[in-house]
Write a protein that binds this ligand. Structure first.
Ligand code: CO
Length: 305
């Protein structure tokens, strides 16, 4: 990895880390989810980052991929288990990071904190193994152990992932359980590790209307309306975006029409919300790390032992 690439990863990581800490501080009882996300977006822009994907907050049994539509009225309440997940890129070099915020004051607060602690401990244990030569299965093994010993289930059909320039989900896949994989980490690989802990099934499914999408191909579009919206979508360079961004610029009707056309033309990939199958509560923690003898956790902006 050349110095310029390394520096871009570090810069993206620093911005993502600052935006995450800032965003988590805003997740309190009574705050509007939509307003919190808009503040986070503004912060990322202010810090000089580009979005690798739209910042998102998934609550309780929803593990990931909830991004509120423009008319969303969600307000945080006592006992919410909120996962803030955001991605920043600098020149295509991505930092992907997430943290769980438990809103206190509920009867089961202690259990919720332990649930959050489970994915955090799992992440920390796995990060220490992000060294050249480590079998990827070892990461899955420690993640599973840390979560299970606290009495929860790892979410087995969500995984960490490699990162590449303008690519947010590359190989290798980093399992959240002891999976049979022969992959081995090598020096300067950039990976996002993201354990999810669940009080429920430990398996998610796709449910509800997707508000996160990415362009997955190119086809000439006949409709003028679709072409105009597509022009905006192309500025995201193949990275995921949220419906709300398009609605702001093009209005709800035109956006819905264009997305439908693009979906019909099979050039749109949707990311629907991902709830736990048994509707258990889910926590998540995530960092991006450059695989080295001393792993460089970009979203902590420091090395770990
Ligand atoms: Co990720």
């Amino acid at each position: 990895m050349d110095q310029e690439t390394f520096d871009s990863y570090i810069k993206a990581g620093k911005i993502a880390s600052q935006a995450l800490t800032y965003g988590c501080s805003l997740i309190v009882e009574g705050a509007s989810m939509l307003e919190v996300l808009e503040k986070i977006e503004a912060k990322i822009v202010e810090l000089g980052g580009d979005f690798a994907f739209p910042p998102q907050i998934s609550l309780n049994d929803v593990a990931a991929h909830y991004c509120p539509p423009a008319e969303d009225k969600t307000v945080f309440k006592k006992g919410d288990v909120a996962k803030l997940d955001l991605g920043v890129h600098i020149d295509g070099y991505v930092a992907d990071t997430a943290r769980t915020v438990v809103i206190g004051g509920s009867e089961d607060e202690e259990k919720l904190r332990l649930l959050s602690e489970a994915s955090k401990a799992a992440l920390e244990a796995a990060l220490k193994l992000a060294k050249p030569g480590t079998p990827v299965s070892e990461l899955g093994k420690v993640i599973e152990q840390e979560i299970k010993k606290r009495g929860f289930n790892p979410v087995v059909n969500l995984s960490g992932h490699g990162l590449a320039r303008f690519v947010i989900h590359d190989s290798p896949s980093i399992p959240n359980f002891e999976a049979a994989t022969n992959a081995i980490l090598h020096k300067d690989q950039v990976i996002a590790i993201e354990p999810f802990a669940s009080t429920g099934a430990g398996q998610i499914y796709e449910s509800g209307n997707p508000t996160i999408h990415a362009l997955s191909g190119a086809k000439p579009m006949r409709s003028q309306m679709t072409r105009e919206v597509l022009k905006t979508i192309q500025t995201y360079k193949g990275l995921p975006f949220t419906t709300r961004w398009l609605v702001k610029k093009h209005g709800a009707g035109k956006t819905a029409f264009a997305l439908k056309e693009l979906r019909n033309a099979r050039v749109l990939h949707d990311y629907p919300p991902l709830p736990d199958k048994a509707h258990g509560l889910v926590s998540q923690h995530e960092h991006t790390v450059i695989v080295r003898e001393k792993p460089v956790v970009t979203t902590l902006s420091e090395e770990i032992a």
